[in-house]
Design a protein around this ligand. Structure first.
Ligand code: CU
Length: 160
């Protein structure tokens, strides 16, 4: 029957299983804990900062997306990559003017305190169409009232 050979294999196998279990136990006790920790920390910072991240590409002679919409008071992070050439990114109203090196991610952060529609444009000469390389930042006005208070406000209006 070759029973002894089978038994040898089985004990070998169980030794390997035990060794594997020990290794897994050690790994479980160390690494996932750390991973969980960093994940929690990351989630917490994202939530507390409340950053609106928008990725934009720049190439002759357009930005994609060409219209950026955010809410008033939002902290905005623009990550802009110039694909084909050095470009620039300028929003006069927000005193933003950055040079975007080709192939590098440029990061621009600001708080959208002022509502309205603001043009942005390329600020680094990139060719014949340079002056037409434009887009728009729309900062949507946020009402000061919380949603619960709005019905009261409209009731006051209808009384007049
Ligand atoms: Cu340009």
């Amino acid at each position: 029957m070759g029973g002894s050979k089978d038994e040898m294999n089985r004990s070998d196998r169980s030794a390997i299983v035990v060794a594997a279990l020990v290794v897994i136990a050690v790994m479980v006790s160390r690494f996932p804990m750390r991973a969980a920790f960093t994940q929690d920390a990351g989630a917490a910072t994202n939530a507390s900062k409340d950053v609106k991240e928008i990725r934009i590409t720049a190439k002759k002679y357009e930005y994609d997306p060409g219209v950026i919409t955010v809410r008033q008071g939002e902290h905005v992070r623009l990550i802009i990559t110039a694909l084909d050439h050095d470009h620039g990114f300028k929003i006069d109203a927000y005193h933003i003017d950055e040079l975007l090196k080709k192939g590098e991610q440029g990061m621009i952060e600001f708080t959208a305190n002022e509502s309205g529609t603001f043009p942005f444009q390329c600020s680094h000469f990139c060719g014949l169409g340079h002056k037409g390389m434009k887009g728009e930042l729309i900062v949507e006005r946020v009402s000061q009232e919380s949603p619960e208070e709005r019905p009261d406000a409209s009731a006051q209006f209808s009384n007049r």
